[in-house]
Design a protein around this ligand. Structure first.
Ligand code: GAL
Length: 391
């Protein structure tokens, strides 16, 4: 091969493999919204980065540090968007985050305004994407927000076309996807449009690496399980580089019990969900740490097979979910949704282990040896067990 052709091929290969590694497994990190909401500052984000390192979260896999809504200031005469007074220097913030071995995420909207009524990217997509790349951005959450007004308008103008508004939305998401790609920097592209019009069907084609499947989570057991258990049937749309996103974690925010947070983490890892902690990392209890940093739970979420789990069966107040893992193993989540202690069981033959298999209890961190037939567990109200079953 001619020398220059060889160099060209090597460069193209490096670029392609950098892109193919984007979100090869569900992204893990921290996002400012669930705890700090519109009050977030540069100092909060730096201390979250520090805490990711000092708590061991970074080494457990939580590497994205994502600033959500309300960092934006105003655009200048050239259309350049400046951060507001709470974020004096985004490039310096990115450098700080990167110096800790972490990645930097940011938030915008295809609309003129974000959900917090700050400046969105409408009409400035290419300019904003270039600026993100200059700041060293590694992750963009792109939230529909005021673009819903544009959709409403076009719907009213074309009452006979049922697809007109969704087509407009998809085009807007494609525009930013193309702008990010054109920067040449691998940036995880996260769609946030609340699961409207099945983004799992059209998201991957426009370069999305994840897409929210529902409206917002909050720190309550009712909302968390309504979202989590409604994910049944979506597993076929997830895979390396493209993931369903049932929203960020609430573990550590204080309004659920430890058993309820255990259900939250168990369900999210079975769903191969992005694991974006949403708590104040400087104030984590030992229980929060052991839920968020359980190595086996994280390994289930991040398994190289890249398969999302799904519901095996549901009966009254209990639910059994399974997720295929590499090496012919299966992760099993047993969930007690009732208000009292219950036995929840799974027939190991039904998940492919007719002559039994070895079972590991993830939360007890214990190998239970060879088990066969029906495996039962007594679970507290709103509790969960998580198992890894293998040959
Ligand atoms: C919502 C979004 C939340 C958060 C918030 C910020 O639309 O679902 O996750 O980003 O906007 O304003």
């Amino acid at each position: 091969m001619h020398f220059f052709a060889g160099v060209f091929c090597a460069v193209v290969f490096a670029a392609v493999s950098a892109f193919s590694q984007v979100a090869a497994t569900p992204p893990m990190g921290w996002n400012s919204w669930n705890h700090f909401a519109e009050h977030v500052t540069d100092a909060d984000v730096r201390s979250a980065a520090d805490a990711l390192v000092s708590t061991g979260m970074r080494d457990a896999g939580y590497v994205y540090v994502n600033v959500d809504d309300t960092w934006q200031g105003k655009r200048d005469a050239q259309g350049v968007l400046h951060p507001n007074e709470r974020f004096p220097d985004m490039k310096a913030l990115g450098d700080y985050i990167h110096s800790k071995g972490l990645k930097f995420g940011i938030y915008s909207s295809p609309g003129a305004q974000t959900c917090g009524r700050y400046e969105g990217s409408l009409g400035h997509e290419v300019q904003d994407a270039k600026m993100y790349a200059e700041w060293g951005i590694d992750f963009l959450k792109y939230d529909l927000c005021s673009f819903q007004d544009d959709m409403q308008k076009v719907r009213a103008e074309h009452p006979d076309d049922p697809n007109v508004a969704n087509n407009l939305m998809i085009a807007a998401y494609r525009k930013m996807g193309d702008a990010l790609k054109a920067t040449g920097r691998p940036i995880v592209y996260s769609l946030c449009q609340y699961g409207v019009d099945q983004p799992w069907k059209w998201g991957p084609a426009l370069g999305a690496n994840l897409w929210r499947t529902t409206d917002d989570i909050d720190d309550s057991y009712g909302r968390m399980i309504a979202i989590g258990f409604s994910q049944a049937g979506l597993s076929k749309y997830a895979g390396p580089g493209h993931w369903n996103d049932p929203d960020m974690l609430e573990i550590g925010n204080g309004k659920m019990t430890e058993d309820e947070y255990r259900t939250h983490m168990s369900l999210w890892v079975i769903l191969a969900a992005p694991l974006l902690a949403g708590n104040d990392l400087s104030k984590m209890s030992e229980a929060d740490k052991s839920l968020l940093m359980n190595k086996d739970a994280i390994a289930i979420d991040q398994d190289s097979l890249g398969k999302q789990g799904d519901r095996l069966y549901e009966s009254g107040d209990f639910d059994v979910w399974t997720k295929p893992l590499s090496g012919g193993r299966v992760a099993v989540g047993l969930f007690n949704r009732s208000w009292s202690v219950r036995d929840v069981s799974v027939d190991l033959a039904e998940i492919g282990f007719k002559s039994g298999a070895s079972v590991r209890d993830v939360w007890q961190q214990k190998d239970l040896g060879h088990q066969s037939g029906v495996f039962a567990r007594t679970l507290p109200k709103h509790g969960a067990a998580l198992l890894i079953v293998g040959k």
